[in-house]
Design a protein around this ligand. Structure first.
Ligand code: CYC
Length: 169
Protein backbone atom coordinates (compact mmCIF):
# COMPACT_ATOMS: atom_id res chain seq x y z
CA UNK A 1 0.00 0.00 0.00
CA UNK A 2 1.25 3.45 -0.89
CA UNK A 3 0.41 7.04 -0.15
CA UNK A 4 1.40 10.22 -1.93
CA UNK A 5 4.44 10.83 0.26
CA UNK A 6 5.93 7.34 0.40
CA UNK A 7 5.47 7.09 -3.34
CA UNK A 8 7.28 10.35 -3.98
CA UNK A 9 10.13 9.52 -1.64
CA UNK A 10 10.51 6.08 -3.16
CA UNK A 11 10.86 7.57 -6.63
CA UNK A 12 13.47 10.10 -5.55
CA UNK A 13 15.35 7.47 -3.58
CA UNK A 14 15.50 5.16 -6.61
CA UNK A 15 16.95 8.03 -8.64
CA UNK A 16 19.27 9.03 -5.76
CA UNK A 17 18.11 12.61 -6.00
CA UNK A 18 17.28 15.35 -3.51
CA UNK A 19 13.70 16.60 -3.52
CA UNK A 20 13.53 19.16 -6.33
CA UNK A 21 11.06 21.86 -7.21
CA UNK A 22 8.52 19.39 -8.62
CA UNK A 23 8.67 17.26 -5.51
CA UNK A 24 8.22 20.25 -3.24
CA UNK A 25 5.26 21.45 -5.30
CA UNK A 26 3.50 18.13 -5.10
CA UNK A 27 4.20 17.88 -1.36
CA UNK A 28 2.74 21.35 -0.91
CA UNK A 29 -0.38 20.48 -2.80
CA UNK A 30 -0.73 17.26 -0.79
CA UNK A 31 -0.54 19.14 2.51
CA UNK A 32 -2.79 21.94 1.28
CA UNK A 33 -5.52 19.48 0.37
CA UNK A 34 -4.86 17.39 3.50
CA UNK A 35 -7.39 19.00 5.80
CA UNK A 36 -10.09 18.73 3.15
CA UNK A 37 -9.22 15.10 2.50
CA UNK A 38 -9.58 14.28 6.17
CA UNK A 39 -12.84 16.23 6.41
CA UNK A 40 -14.32 14.31 3.47
CA UNK A 41 -13.12 10.97 4.84
CA UNK A 42 -14.82 11.66 8.15
CA UNK A 43 -17.98 12.76 6.30
CA UNK A 44 -17.94 9.42 4.49
CA UNK A 45 -17.48 7.51 7.74
CA UNK A 46 -20.39 9.32 9.37
CA UNK A 47 -22.73 8.83 6.40
CA UNK A 48 -21.59 5.60 4.77
CA UNK A 49 -24.81 3.65 5.24
CA UNK A 50 -26.92 6.51 3.89
CA UNK A 51 -24.62 7.15 0.95
CA UNK A 52 -24.74 3.48 -0.08
CA UNK A 53 -28.49 3.16 0.43
CA UNK A 54 -29.35 6.32 -1.52
CA UNK A 55 -26.94 5.62 -4.37
CA UNK A 56 -28.35 2.08 -4.54
CA UNK A 57 -31.92 3.36 -4.66
CA UNK A 58 -31.02 5.78 -7.47
CA UNK A 59 -29.20 3.07 -9.37
CA UNK A 60 -32.24 0.76 -9.24
CA UNK A 61 -34.42 3.67 -10.33
CA UNK A 62 -32.16 4.28 -13.32
CA UNK A 63 -31.72 0.59 -14.19
CA UNK A 64 -34.93 -1.04 -12.86
CA UNK A 65 -34.38 -4.30 -14.74
CA UNK A 66 -31.61 -5.17 -12.26
CA UNK A 67 -34.34 -5.94 -9.72
CA UNK A 68 -36.48 -8.04 -12.06
CA UNK A 69 -36.15 -11.81 -12.52
CA UNK A 70 -32.96 -12.35 -14.53
CA UNK A 71 -31.49 -9.07 -13.22
CA UNK A 72 -28.31 -9.04 -11.19
CA UNK A 73 -29.84 -7.60 -8.03
CA UNK A 74 -32.82 -9.97 -8.16
CA UNK A 75 -33.13 -12.12 -5.02
CA UNK A 76 -32.19 -10.80 -1.59
CA UNK A 77 -28.80 -12.49 -1.80
CA UNK A 78 -27.77 -10.66 -4.95
CA UNK A 79 -29.34 -7.39 -3.82
CA UNK A 80 -27.29 -7.54 -0.61
CA UNK A 81 -24.16 -8.53 -2.51
CA UNK A 82 -24.59 -5.47 -4.70
CA UNK A 83 -24.97 -3.04 -1.79
CA UNK A 84 -22.10 -4.76 0.00
CA UNK A 85 -19.90 -4.20 -3.07
CA UNK A 86 -20.91 -0.51 -3.13
CA UNK A 87 -19.91 -0.32 0.53
CA UNK A 88 -16.51 -1.83 -0.31
CA UNK A 89 -15.97 0.77 -3.04
CA UNK A 90 -16.89 3.56 -0.67
CA UNK A 91 -14.73 2.41 2.22
CA UNK A 92 -11.65 1.85 0.07
CA UNK A 93 -12.24 5.15 -1.74
CA UNK A 94 -12.11 6.89 1.63
CA UNK A 95 -8.70 5.30 2.30
CA UNK A 96 -7.45 6.37 -1.12
CA UNK A 97 -8.70 9.92 -0.51
CA UNK A 98 -6.65 10.22 2.67
CA UNK A 99 -3.59 8.60 1.03
CA UNK A 100 -3.98 10.84 -2.06
CA UNK A 101 -3.01 7.72 -3.97
CA UNK A 102 -5.11 5.08 -5.70
CA UNK A 103 -2.67 2.24 -5.06
CA UNK A 104 -4.80 0.82 -2.22
CA UNK A 105 -7.61 0.37 -4.73
CA UNK A 106 -5.37 -1.53 -7.13
CA UNK A 107 -4.08 -3.81 -4.41
CA UNK A 108 -7.20 -4.45 -2.35
CA UNK A 109 -10.18 -3.95 -4.64
CA UNK A 110 -9.43 -4.08 -8.33
CA UNK A 111 -7.15 -7.07 -8.52
CA UNK A 112 -9.12 -9.77 -10.31
CA UNK A 113 -12.40 -7.92 -9.83
CA UNK A 114 -13.29 -7.50 -13.48
CA UNK A 115 -12.63 -11.20 -14.06
CA UNK A 116 -14.82 -12.09 -11.06
CA UNK A 117 -17.64 -9.89 -12.29
CA UNK A 118 -17.34 -11.27 -15.81
CA UNK A 119 -17.37 -14.87 -14.64
CA UNK A 120 -20.41 -14.26 -12.42
CA UNK A 121 -22.10 -12.19 -15.11
CA UNK A 122 -22.37 -9.10 -12.89
CA UNK A 123 -22.74 -6.17 -15.30
CA UNK A 124 -19.98 -3.54 -15.10
CA UNK A 125 -22.00 -0.67 -16.63
CA UNK A 126 -24.51 -0.32 -13.76
CA UNK A 127 -21.74 -0.89 -11.21
CA UNK A 128 -19.94 2.11 -12.63
CA UNK A 129 -23.17 4.13 -12.42
CA UNK A 130 -23.43 3.20 -8.72
CA UNK A 131 -19.85 4.31 -8.07
CA UNK A 132 -20.41 7.63 -9.83
CA UNK A 133 -23.64 8.24 -7.89
CA UNK A 134 -21.74 7.86 -4.62
CA UNK A 135 -19.08 10.26 -5.87
CA UNK A 136 -21.71 12.88 -6.75
CA UNK A 137 -23.39 12.55 -3.35
CA UNK A 138 -20.08 13.01 -1.52
CA UNK A 139 -19.09 16.03 -3.62
CA UNK A 140 -22.44 17.67 -2.82
CA UNK A 141 -21.94 16.93 0.86
CA UNK A 142 -18.41 18.34 0.81
CA UNK A 143 -19.53 21.47 -1.01
CA UNK A 144 -22.37 21.99 1.47
CA UNK A 145 -19.82 21.71 4.27
CA UNK A 146 -17.89 24.64 2.77
CA UNK A 147 -15.21 22.76 0.80
CA UNK A 148 -15.05 24.74 -2.43
CA UNK A 149 -12.64 22.68 -4.49
CA UNK A 150 -13.98 19.15 -4.45
CA UNK A 151 -12.05 17.94 -7.52
CA UNK A 152 -9.81 15.67 -5.42
CA UNK A 153 -12.89 13.62 -4.49
CA UNK A 154 -13.11 12.43 -8.11
CA UNK A 155 -9.76 10.62 -8.09
CA UNK A 156 -10.57 7.30 -6.36
CA UNK A 157 -14.07 6.97 -7.83
CA UNK A 158 -12.91 7.75 -11.36
CA UNK A 159 -9.99 5.38 -10.90
CA UNK A 160 -12.36 2.54 -9.92
CA UNK A 161 -14.58 3.38 -12.88
CA UNK A 162 -11.71 3.54 -15.35
CA UNK A 163 -10.09 0.31 -14.23
CA UNK A 164 -13.36 -1.61 -14.07
CA UNK A 165 -14.47 -0.46 -17.50
CA UNK A 166 -11.18 -1.18 -19.21
CA UNK A 167 -11.57 -3.65 -22.03
CA UNK A 168 -9.38 -6.66 -22.61
CA UNK A 169 -7.08 -6.10 -25.57
C1 CYC B 1 -12.96 -5.62 -0.93
C2 CYC B 1 -12.87 -6.03 -2.34
C3 CYC B 1 -13.98 -6.93 -2.82
C4 CYC B 1 -14.87 -6.68 -3.83
C5 CYC B 1 -14.96 -5.44 -4.63
C6 CYC B 1 -15.71 -7.85 -4.00
C7 CYC B 1 -16.69 -8.01 -4.96
C8 CYC B 1 -17.46 -9.18 -5.22
N1 CYC B 1 -18.77 -9.10 -5.60
C9 CYC B 1 -19.26 -10.35 -5.78
C10 CYC B 1 -20.56 -10.71 -6.12
C11 CYC B 1 -21.64 -9.88 -6.54
N2 CYC B 1 -21.63 -8.55 -6.81
C12 CYC B 1 -22.85 -8.13 -7.24
C13 CYC B 1 -23.07 -6.73 -7.61
C14 CYC B 1 -24.07 -6.07 -8.28
N3 CYC B 1 -25.26 -6.55 -8.72
C15 CYC B 1 -25.92 -5.64 -9.45
O1 CYC B 1 -27.02 -5.78 -9.98
C16 CYC B 1 -25.16 -4.39 -9.57
C17 CYC B 1 -24.80 -4.10 -10.99
C18 CYC B 1 -23.95 -4.64 -8.68
C19 CYC B 1 -23.93 -3.69 -7.48
C20 CYC B 1 -23.60 -2.28 -7.85
C21 CYC B 1 -23.70 -9.26 -7.22
C22 CYC B 1 -25.16 -9.34 -7.59
C23 CYC B 1 -22.94 -10.36 -6.78
C24 CYC B 1 -23.41 -11.80 -6.60
C25 CYC B 1 -23.41 -12.51 -7.95
C26 CYC B 1 -23.83 -13.93 -7.81
O2 CYC B 1 -23.35 -14.63 -6.90
O3 CYC B 1 -24.64 -14.32 -8.62
C27 CYC B 1 -18.21 -11.30 -5.54
C28 CYC B 1 -18.33 -12.79 -5.65
C29 CYC B 1 -18.33 -13.47 -4.29
C30 CYC B 1 -19.45 -12.99 -3.40
O4 CYC B 1 -20.63 -13.09 -3.79
O5 CYC B 1 -19.15 -12.44 -2.35
C31 CYC B 1 -17.09 -10.56 -5.23
C32 CYC B 1 -15.71 -11.11 -4.93
N4 CYC B 1 -15.31 -8.76 -3.05
C33 CYC B 1 -14.28 -8.25 -2.34
O6 CYC B 1 -13.69 -8.82 -1.38
Amino acid sequence: MRDAITNLIKNYDIAGRYLDRNAIDSLKSYFQSGTDRIAVASMITANAATIVRQAGAKLFEEVPELLLPGGYAYTTRRYSACLRDMDYYLRYASYALVAADTNVLDERVLQGLRETYNSLGVPIGPTVVGIQLMKDAIKDMAFDAGIEKTGFVDEPFDHLTRELSERDV
